[in-house]
Design a protein around this ligand. Structure first.
Ligand code: SF4
Length: 172
């Protein structure tokens, strides 16, 4: 009985030491990189730190944009600020740099902030700055997908944590 408990503990421990690297939108960790410069806490994400190595990136900052900055939304293949400035190049550069980070750290998965013109996956704002959502991906999320990186939105974090726990416990 005790032997089984110890064996399970050792298996868990060694699996924990081989935790995978997972890229994450830096704002989800409370870093003040959001367009409005605000800090937000996501408790469900803090629990993930025990299950994987979180590698924070902010594609918009990596693309050279300052914080705070004007809000921006995708409109077709372009990204425009609320003042009409075309910031597509910065978004594309940021996406390439974020992909570089994913490769440097061997990340196969990324937890990304939903609805963002960079990080949003599946649903983004429609470009009218009226909070209307349409199907689509942010620039970084789209690039990640095309390179086979699995994307997890912040609403799926609990489910993702369960998957990681299972993997750590069973090794699968
Ligand atoms: Fe940066 Fe992505 Fe968060 Fe926007 S959503 S602040 S690009 S990490």
């Amino acid at each position: 009985m005790l032997e089984n408990v110890i064996k399970k503990r050792v298996t868990e421990q060694s699996a924990m030491e081989e935790k995978e690297n997972v890229l994450i939108s830096a704002c989800l960790l409370g870093l003040c990189c959001r367009y409005d410069g605000e800090e937000k806490q996501y408790e469900s994400i803090e629990a993930l730190m025990k299950l994987c190595h979180l590698i924070p990136v902010c594609p918009e900052q990596l693309g050279g944009l300052k914080t705070p900055r004007d809000p921006a939304e995708r409109r077709g293949n372009r990204v425009l600020t609320s003042k009409g400035e075309d910031v597509t190049n910065s978004y594309e550069k940021g996406a390439e740099e974020a992909l570089k980070m994913a490769r440097l750290f061997g990340c196969q998965k990324a937890i990304l902030k939903e609805k963002s013109p960079s990080c949003g996956c599946g649903r983004i704002y429609d470009g009218s700055f009226s909070r209307k959502l349409i199907p689509g991906d942010g620039v970084t999320a789209g690039l990640f997908k095309s390179h086979g990186i699995e994307i997890v939105g912040e609403r799926q974090v609990s489910e993702f944590a369960e998957q990681l726990k299972k993997k750590i416990t069973t090794g699968n």
